[in-house]
Design a protein around this ligand. Structure first.
Ligand SMILES: Cc1ncc(COP(=O)(O)O)c(C=O)c1O
Length: 403
């Protein structure tokens, strides 16, 4: 074993590629959760990046019936096209159009993936080579770093701290230095969304500079007041949409996502993903086809949005009232609030997150896991705990920070 900076002990013979990627942040947070579970104590899950509301029962029942009826049919078990079943591609294309994106060609321009992460992976692999610079805005979703590390890309960061805002000049500077840019919209961890001017600007920069924009829309239906904007509508050639069904209807463990782009890009991405999982799980494809085509979302999503909106309001109010020196932007979309606790924390955010979990059972995610600049920042999720428990969790934090 040798010691590798930032990673710890490294087993001889394991590739540098794997050891160069950031260890999954969920690992040490999961250790904290396991420790709290073992202790039998109550704890508050403000760290969770997945919905705490199950998908509509009717679609799961529908899937069970389909599996029972078709259980003896070999076609249920075979590989699908690496692009996914055609009906689902059509449903995804229609869905994107209903959300305001220019409708992609369902057969040529949509590829169903094994979750959003595979869509990101195959997209970046398709438009960059090892060593190529790829731009991201910090704080950034931690898997961007892992994917870029594994693909051997060079990460170029621009910072949105402290206001969590990116100027037009910074965007222009970023696009002039890289081969591709990844933007999550709505963003994880900040909840920031692109406004119309920004979407237009990013599209113009992508097309003018021939830089690929990977538009990660994992939270594309979880909008409260923000407006949903699509750079794809202004630059079809250089923008790739990467989506997932992990957050809506909330099936992260069933691994289903998609990409949408022009046909040339989609061909390359379909080709790249043949080397990773080949095709997405068939039961998940059936489930989502039912969800989109059977109009289940129309009944389900408004309730989910109302619930998340109310939780977001409660969490924001609790922070404003009980932690008045904390700074944050109330998000108009997504499931996270990203908060600057520098006026309160005497230790690093990592140390504080560990301590507040162990001492008081509140689990959060430290800002340091979202790239450089996150010291003293913390991410709270409102996807898992109901409103009254979110309020209580902030009370617990506030009383601890006062003592
Ligand atoms: C911004 C963002 N993109 C992509 C993903 C990946 O989603 P999936 O679970 O479908 O791989 C996530 C998941 O948390 C996310 O937050």
């Amino acid at each position: 074993m040798v010691y590798c900076k930032g990673v710890g002990l490294m087993a001889a013979g394991i590739s540098h590629r794997v050891y160069s990627i950031m260890p999954s942040p969920t690992m040490w947070i999961q250790d904290l959760v396991s420790m709290l579970k073992r202790s039998g104590r109550d704890y508050y899950s403000l760290h969770v990046g997945q919905p705490g509301i199950p998908p509509p029962r009717e679609i799961v029942d529908r899937l069970s019936r389909i599996l029972a009826e078709r259980g003896g049919d070999i076609s249920l078990y075979t590989y699908t096209s690496p692009r996914g079943v055609p009906e689902l591609r059509e449903a995804v294309a229609e869905d994107l159009a209903s959300l305001g994106r220019a409708k992609p060609d369902p057969l040529g321009g949509v590829v169903i993936t094994t979750g959003g992460i595979e869509g990101l992976f195959a997209s970046i692999a398709s438009v960059t080579d090892p060593g190529d610079p790829v731009g991201i805005v910090t704080p950034a979703y931690f898997h961007f770093y892992s994917i870029l590390g594994l693909l051997g890309n060079r990460v170029v960061e621009i910072s949105s701290y402290p206001d969590l805002f990116v100027t037009h000049d910074s965007w222009a500077d970023l696009f002039s230095r890289v081969r591709a840019v990844i933007v999550a919209n709505p963003d994880n961890p900040t909840g920031r969304t692109l406004d119309r001017d920004e979407a237009r600007l990013l599209a113009d920069l992508a097309c003018d500079k021939r830089v690929y924009l990977i538009h990660d829309v994992a939270y594309s239906t979880l909008y409260y007041e923000a407006s949903r904007e699509w750079p794809e509508n202004y630059c079809e050639e250089y923008v790739i949409t990467v989506g997932t069904f992990s957050k809506d209807p909330g099936i992260p463990g069933w691994r289903l996502g998609f990409i949408a782009s022009n046909e040339d890009l989609a061909n390359a991405i379909a080709h790249a993903r043949e080397a990773t999982s080949y095709n997405a799980p068939v039961p998940s494809q059936i489930l989502i086809l039912e969800y989109l085509r059977g109009r289940y979302r129309e009944k389900f999503l408004p309730k989910v949005i109302e619930e998340y909106r109310s939780r977001r309001d409660i969490l924001s109010k609790a922070i404003e009232e009980l932690l008045p020196n904390a700074r944050f932007r109330k998000p108009g979309a997504g499931i996270f609030i990203y908060i600057d606790l520098s006026k309160y924390l005497k230790t690093s955010s990592d140390e504080w997150v560990r301590k507040i979990a162990i001492d008081s059972g509140v689990i959060a995610v430290p800002g340091t896991l979202f790239g450089s600049g996150g010291e003293k920042w913390v991410r709270f999720s409102f996807a898992w705990e109901p409103g009254e428990r979110l309020w209580r969790a902030i009370e617990v934090i506030a009383s601890k920070l006062r003592s």
